[in-house]
Design a protein around this ligand. Structure first.
Ligand code: NAP
Ligand code: ZN
Length: 347
């Protein structure tokens, strides 16, 4: 038995999304059913449904920034009650036994994470994401959304928030750290706010000056337009940590030169083309180049509580479902301030 719910889906790679229905499974003992109130639009949704991340099984209902209310709980559920606020991010299950899962880093599960959409449970169930009325998920992969953060501002924290929080925490960014955030989009605007709340001095490296006022509002001390090549000379060896959130390929060498000795550049933006790295740039100052994938479940809860404590959240533009395709085009043009969030009452 399943429950049929309203959703929006892409019928095939590159096709516009359109209204449809999907099935949600009946609750297992450790499952909860969440009535989704808002779902954020992440650039990863666009990469996936446009075929930029390889072949997928269509139709796909994307969405991994999910916020809503618990409407039903399974017989063994202990973490949630009906009526609680709850969120779901990019994962809905993992093996629970490998070294990564044991460390609370389920996103690196070696037997395979079950992603929130376009993924498959071991029993063959294909996952469908948050552009829908309801989702059923094990309580282990559901998060508590603090009361002080409105649902629409909280939804993007489930991906954009944790993806930027995780590397900042992992590499110990804090008071005295000099940080650059590359790209002021959904991830970038959270990265700036979180790094600032951690005590770092943050510079935004954006393509133009268009978003400069917003950078300062989010807590950055400087906003520099990378279209001006002089920036790469002026800021040489300025940063301890660079967080690259850009959805397209950039010249890594330019940015690595901005790191001080022992500095680290972490990539969370995920274009799939290979980007050349010039080794002497790394070697000359013992610089590191790394990448980071979302964050674990316990860390995601820590991030939500941290954002509530510091009064930060996503800045969003709420849209009805019939504007999803237009919103995708605007995200690709870097024309988003700073996350589109779908009001699921309009599905
Ligand atoms: P987004 O809202 O579109 O933001 C990306 C920003 O990058 C844009 O706002 C723009 O900022 C800048 N940018 C875009 N094209 C550029 C270009 N050609 N050259 C230089 N800068 C450019 O996207 P998002 O939702 O934040 O996602 C960003 C990337 O992270 C995507 O690739 C997404 O798939 C990936 N992602 C990864 C993870 C992970 O776990 N690693 C999680 C979520 C998302 P300016 O206007 O300031 O230049
Ligand atoms: Zn995402």
């Amino acid at each position: 038995m399943t429950t049929t719910v309203r959703a929006w889906a892409a019928p095939a790679a590159g096709d516009p999304l359109k209204p449809t229905t999907i099935e949600r499974r009946d609750l297992r003992p450790d499952d909860i059913r969440i009535r989704i109130v808002y779902a954020g639009i992440c650039h990863s949704d666009i990469h996936t449904v446009r075929g930029e991340w390889g072949k997928q099984k269509f139709p796909i209902t994307p969405g991994h920034e999910i916020a809503g209310e618990v409407v039903e709980i399974g017989s063994n559920v202990t973490k949630f009650e009906v009526g609680d606020r709850a969120g779901v991010g990019c994962m809905v299950d993992s093996c629970g036994e490998c070294e990564a899962c044991a460390d609370g880093e389920e996103q690196y599960c070696t037997r395979g994470v079950v992603w929130t959409y376009a993924s498959e449970y071991p029993d063959g169930e294909i996952t469908q994401g948050g552009y829908s009325e309801e989702i059923v998920v094990t309580e282990r992969f559901a998060l508590r959304i603090p009361e002080s953060i409105p649902f629409e501002n909280a939804a993007p924290l489930l991906c954009a928030g944790i993806t930027t929080y995780s590397p900042l925490e992992h590499w110990g960014v804090g008071l005295g750290s000099k940080v650059a955030v590359v790209g002021l989009g959904g991830l970038g605007h959270m990265g700036v706010q979180i790094a600032n709340a951690l005590g770092a001095e943050v510079t935004v490296l954006s393509q133009s000056d268009r978003k400069a006022a917003d950078s300062h509002r989010f807590g950055a001390v400087a906003h520099r337009a990378t279209a001006d090549r002089a920036v790469f000379r002026e800021l040489r060896e300025s940063f301890d940590f660079i967080l690259n959130t850009v959805s397209a390929g950039i010249k890594l060498g330019d940015y690595l030169g901005l790191l001080r000795r022992n500095g680290v550049m972490v990539n969370v933006g995920m274009p799939t083309e290979a980007l050349p790295v010039v080794l002497p740039t790394l070697i000359g100052r013992r610089r590191s180049l790394s990448g980071s994938n979302i964050g674990g479940i316990a860390q995601t809860q820590r991030m939500l509580d941290f954002c509530a404590e510091h009064g930060i959240a996503a800045e969003v533009e709420v849209i009805p479902a019939d504007r999803i395709n237009e919103a995708y085009d605007r995200v690709v043009k870097s024309d988003v301030r700073y996350r589109f969030v779908i009001d699921t009452a309009t599905l």
